[in-house]
Design a protein. Sequence first.
Length: 356
Amino acid sequence: MTYTREQIEQTLKSIIDPHTELDLLSANSVKDINIDGDNVKIQINLGYPASSWHRQLIDIITTKIEGAEVTVSSDTVAHKVQEGIKPLKGVKNIIAIASGKGGVGKSTLTANFALALSAEGARVGVLDADIYGPSQPRMLGINGRPTSKDGKSLEPLSSYKLQVMSIGFLVDEESPMIWRGPMVTQALEQMLHNTEWDDLDYLIIDLPPGTGDTQLTLAQKVPVSGSLIVTTPQDIALLDARKAYKMFEKVDIPVLGVVENMSTHICSNCGHEEHIFGSDGGRKMAEQYSLNFLGSIPLDISIRENADSGQPTVVADSDGAITEKYKLIARKAAAKLALRKKDFSDKFPNIVIHPG
């Protein structure tokens, strides 16, 4: 069948990307259209990692444009951060994950979110910014201490293709961190800037609960591209989740969306599902503040067991239904970031003036 370029563009304009919620043309995802008689070649380039969705997108396009040869790829670029803060060497984008309140499963979400981005094809790192209660070493099953090649910088440890840094690597697991605020912020800055991050598309920061020193340091000194709010459906968690959102709003860090954790409880014996903490609290919060609702994760015993064993769900059950939920959340968050203003600072040459 012979198609005109206009027909192909109109067809591509009718296909909505569920992650950006825009059509392929409006999202600037169409890289090239080549028509040679009856032969049509279409190149799609997504601005976010989505390798598990590539095949489905190809099928959608070829169903509408019969006989077309379609290729889909994903590229991740750096995006704009707060004014006056320089990008971090070796890192394209930093995404902070906050809850405002403890006990909502934010660290477990962080580990699985990072692993989901990696599974979708991105190079990902995790910075455990909870100095008083670091949990990423246990969740990601990492033991050992960071090495240093020059006596100044630290090499991140590796787990499931993730680059990871945590205060938990530098102190005994059962030793309490009896530090005042300035020591905590200094430790955070050193871990962030002295770690030799290696060509990361995303560095995911697992923030501690609250809106104190660590969060303020993040806002003032760390180049953050975007943030996620994690909450449970219950009202008491939503109160603090709203504070986390207001904090990011005040310091000009964009919120990519809201994730509702422990949305329903699934009985491990009979599979019955019920809303034990209330229903749709995260979705209602997203609607209230015109934020993206990225998805929900159930309260399932396997998630806790997997995290405690050092094999988070995305690794332990890579083809499972819960893993698919994590992957969808990761794709949506990365897609929302991809729509934001890009950072072209590394594209411009440095001008050096030598004395005559």
